[in-house]
Write a protein that binds this ligand. Structure first.
Ligand SMILES: [Zn+2]
Length: 210
């Protein structure tokens, strides 16, 4: 192998391209029947009585996802809501901040903690457009968030019903009520469009040289 410029490697959105490939060229969406089955099996009584309210806040999370999109980030957005008010917002900024932990949920939780001047977010709800990963699901549990509402399942990284079910793991000292698939179509479309565009750009750039 020739000299590798690690800085360039690190700075390129390689992870995005990896994910673009992982998220399937077959038109596969951010949807997982298996995950849904697991989720409903674990939570057979899931019934969402707050649907309209949840949609309203998910639209705010989607606005954040659009901000991420403008920055060419994987478009995921989140808000933390307490007593009918947004107390923290965040969108994915892994590339912009060059920080693997700069997921939408982490930034929204940090903002909400600043608002409360406390790490304990008891009574708060987190709305996020994509099923949280292991790191974010862990942060949601640790911050004692009461309720998690997410837009679409993430078959590759989801830790709230897909690969793991961290919010409902009774071995942990706090459980979080989790509600999936609020504004599922919109939340998955923005991701599918993003990765499709990335794949077509990659195909054009490579031009068959690799
Ligand atoms: Zn995450």
């Amino acid at each position: 192998m020739t000299i590798v410029d690690h800085k360039i490697l690190r700075n390129a959105p390689v992870a995005q391209l990896d994910r673009a490939a992982a998220y399937g060229a077959e038109g596969w969406g951010f949807d997982s029947l298996r995950a849904y089955n697991i989720f409903t099996r674990i939570n057979p009584m899931v019934q969402n009585k707050n649907y309209n309210e949840d949609e309203k806040w998910m639209r705010e999370a989607l606005k954040e996802a659009h901000l991420a999109l403008k920055k060419k980030e994987v478009p995921v957005g989140a808000v933390v809501v307490y007593e009918n008010k947004i107390i923290g917002r965040g969108h994915n900024q892994v590339e912009s901040l060059k920080d693997a932990t700069a997921h939408a949920e982490i930034l929204a939780i940090t903002a909400a903690s600043n608002f409360f001047d406390s790490w304990r977010l008891e009574g708060a709800s987190l709305y996020v457009t994509l099923e949280p990963c292991v790191m974010c699901a862990g942060a949601i549990v640790l911050s004692r968030i009461e309720r998690l509402v997410f837009g679409t399942f993430d078959p590759k990284q989801g830790a709230c019903g897909t690969l793991y079910n961290i919010p409902n793991d009774e071995r942990l000292n706090h459980q979080v009520e989790a509600v999936p698939e609020i504004l599922k179509e919109e939340c998955s479309k923005i991701l599918i469009d993003f990765f499709q565009k990335l794949r077509s750009q990659k195909a054009t750039t490579n031009g068959g040289n690799h």
